[in-house]
Design a protein around this ligand. Structure first.
Ligand code: BG6
Length: 235
């Protein structure tokens, strides 16, 4: 019985934290919304705001697959993806104000100090993750970086978070995910993980009701920290 109680406690404790990138570590979704809108115009697709917000958190491939499927425009997936990805990389490379979200480094430093492994698990393509990690200076905090393009099914499927947990060597039930999108929260919960939803107005209209906890920013997340069941620290 005692063993059962111990293992139930252990399953619930947090041993790793998996961060979404866009809309969590950096307020990039408003930038993407503009670039995406210009690509929609370029290809002549009338994407509604509701549909547009529903794509937050999914890979670019999944977004364009859904658009091509619904609007039946005469372009190949490869063609629109190449055009759009080039656009995103060009604009973001030249962007001078890509900074981390306020207070995010306080969280990352605290996790590092407590020796809690951390991952970034983003649906963005790897070159974009690299660029953002470099520009924000956050890259060195993370033990692993995983892109949604490196797993079979992107968010809202659980694959990316399960893959990140595997790389960190931590059970899914011992992972905490920080997400800002409906697709991301769904992925985290499908992976059997605890999830904090950050309601970021910049990420559009996102239903985060599946998340275990909801906050508006990293300051509120900091306040929540003491009530989260982190595993006993080694130092
Ligand atoms: O998984 P993350 O880090 O939120 O990334 C998702 C984002 O990835 C970007 O590449 C897309 O342009 C966005 O539309 C999408 O929301």
């Amino acid at each position: 019985m005692e063993d059962l109680i111990k293992s139930a406690r252990k399953a619930a404790s947090i041993e790793a934290v998996l961060f979404d990138m866009d809309g969590v570590l950096i307020d990039s979704e408003p930038i993407y919304f503009d670039i995406e809108r210009s690509s929609f115009n370029h290809f002549g697709v009338p994407v509604s705001e509701e549909d547009h917000h529903s794509f937050v958190g999914v890979t670019l491939e999944s977004m364009w697959e859904q658009i091509l499927d619904k609007h039946r425009i005469p372009f190949a997936l490869e063609q629109v993806l190449t055009y759009h990805k080039d656009n995103v990389m060009n604009i973001l490379s030249g962007h001078t104000e890509l900074t981390a979200m306020p207070q995010v480094e306080r969280w990352l430093s605290w996790l590092k100090e407590k020796q809690i492994p951390i991952a970034v698990a983003s649906s963005s393509p790897r070159p974009l993750i690299e660029l953002i990690m470099d520009k924000t200076g956050l890259g060195s905090y993370f033990d692993v970086w995983v892109s949604g393009e490196e797993v079979k099914h992107g968010k809202p499927a659980p694959d990316i978070f399960l893959h990140a947990a595997g790389l960190l060597g931590v059970e899914p039930s011992s992972c905490l995910v920080i997400e800002d999108s409906r697709n991301g929260v769904k992925a985290a919960k499908s992976a059997g993980m605890r999830c904090v939803g950050i309601q970021n107005p910049g990420s559009g209209n996102q239903d985060l009701s599946l998340a275990d906890h909801r906050v508006r920013n990293f300051e509120e997340l900091w306040a929540l920290k003491d009530s989260l069941p982190f595993a006993p620290f080694s130092s």
